[in-house]
Design a protein around this ligand. Structure first.
Ligand code: NAG
Ligand code: NAG
Ligand code: NAG
Ligand code: NAG
Ligand code: NAG
Ligand code: NAG
Ligand code: NAG
Ligand code: NAG
Ligand code: NAG
Length: 316
């Protein structure tokens, strides 16, 4: 059995940071993660998280708000919840246990349509609401979006049910004076999904011939905002102007910016200065590109050991 190495780093960012950065290792879990789950009622489930092959503990997405980190775990056999939280710091040297978020009771198995079945992308908005995509399950036949009010006792609402199910990957938020939109990638689909919060409506925007996986959006103060998309089946990096998406277009023509030299993009982020960061499948480093300049990849950071997948998040 290969021990899994999972670590969380905090990085101090400054406006000059794109080339040099120092990391602080916050926690390291050399072999297993433990769940702060109720021990009595459903203890068999709880035990299984500790006794399952630790290789199956598979962190996927991350967000930070205040003194809490939120992590989405792939729901492999024996993993009872897909969304957990932990503190950004701890007085104890031991890595903290993972707490089901927002609560153990909000998590369900496939077919618990009013509970969190299988969370995917997550994003914190400007008023402290955590948006969580939920892939759903074939038993309910729809995917959904949750909103958890981090500044307000973690009040949890199911805000949308999609007319489709599955293949959800990641989302970004676009908060405009005319309303809030979410743009969502679905792997294996030649489209992206747009959700309008005010209208409680979602629709698919076709991207003929191109499938996307990773997604990022340019800073709020730089209109017209651009959506950046990494190919699902290619190394291509594409952009789409969000003006047309807000306007309800049903077909977009993504512009190819360039090809990453490394591998397919796994996760992308953009900071408020317009620097785009990408992690890659099977690579232990992140590359960056200053989007104010022609496409040029720079090696940004490298994390010690081999990584199958790497999640990262900005605290802004
Ligand atoms: C990183 O740490 C080194 C040594 O502590 C320090 O000299 C350097 O200025 C730091 N760099 C940044 C970007 O903070
Ligand atoms: C699930 O939804 C799809 C698309 O709306 C539909 O074609 C399919 O029959 C549904 N399946 C079930 C089991 O309800
Ligand atoms: C939004 O629409 C979905 C159906 O797509 C519905 O289930 C949900 O209750 C609606 N939410 C609100 C807040 O109206
Ligand atoms: C999401 O749904 C698809 C089926 O459409 C499934 O293949 C995939 O494994 C699911 N992913 C998660 C994380 O539940
Ligand atoms: C908001 O809507 C108005 C009128 O439809 C439009 O002129 C304006 O450009 C929109 N603003 C944004 C940020 O989309
Ligand atoms: C949005 O739609 C309106 C009305 O259909 C149109 O006048 C406007 O040019 C469109 N804007 C963009 C950016 O596509
Ligand atoms: C990117 O790669 C594709 C093939 O995968 C190629 O057709 C295209 O010309 C490349 N584009 C650039 C800008 O390098
Ligand atoms: C990005 O490029 C622009 C234009 O060349 C420059 O003004 C800016 O300082 C660069 N940003 C960073 C973080 O290096
Ligand atoms: C969260 C969860 O799985 N709760 C279950 C605990 O066990 C009881 C009895 O088997 C179930 O009814 C709950 O749904």
């Amino acid at each position: 059995m290969t021990p899994i190495f999972v670590a969380i780093f905090l990085l101090g960012l400054s406006s000059q940071m794109a080339t040099a950065a120092n990391f602080t290792l916050v926690y390291e879990w050399p072999d297993k993660w433990e769940c702060e789950c109720p021990s009595e009622a459903n203890s068999t489930k709880v035990l299984s998280i500790e006794s399952s092959n630790p290789g199956y503990i598979d962190p996927q997405f991350m967000a930070v708000y205040g003194s809490r980190i939120f992590i989405i775990l792939e729901k492999h056999v024996g993993i009872p919840v897909s969304l957990v939280s932990l503190p950004t710091s701890s007085a104890s040297p031991a890595p903290p246990k993972l707490t089901p978020f927002p609560s153990w009771d909000m998590h369900g198995n496939d077919g618990d349509c009013d509970k969190i079945e299988s969370s995917r992308g997550l994003e914190v908005d400007s008023v402290g609401k955590l948006w969580v995509l939920d892939n759903g399950s074939s038993k309910c036949n729809y995917s959904k979006i949750w909103s958890i009010d981090l500044a307000n006792n973690d009040q949890t609402k199911l805000i949308h049910r999609f007319p489709f199910y599955g293949h959800l990957n990641d989302l970004v938020l676009d908060e405009t004076p005319n309303g809030t939109f979410a743009y969502i990638t679905r792997w294996f689909e030649q489209n992206i999904v747009v959700f309008s919060l005010e209208r409680n409506q979602s629709w698919t925007v076709d991207t003929p011939g191109i499938m996307f996986f990773s997604i990022a959006i340019s800073p709020m103060n730089q209109e017209p905002r651009q959506l950046y998309l990494g190919g699902w089946n290619s190394k291509g990096l594409y952009s789409i102007s969000v003006a047309a998406l807000r306007n309800g277009t049903l077909t977009a023509n993504p512009k190819l910016i360039g090809n990453w030299t490394t591998s397919k993009s796994y996760r992308m982020l953009m900071d408020k200065h317009g620097t785009l960061f990408s992690a890659f499948w099977y690579k232990n480093y992140v590359k960056s590109w200053n989007t104010s300049q022609p496409f040029l990849e720079r090696r940004f950071i490298k994390v010690g050991r081999h990584q199958y997948k790497m999640s990262f998040s900005l605290n802004i």
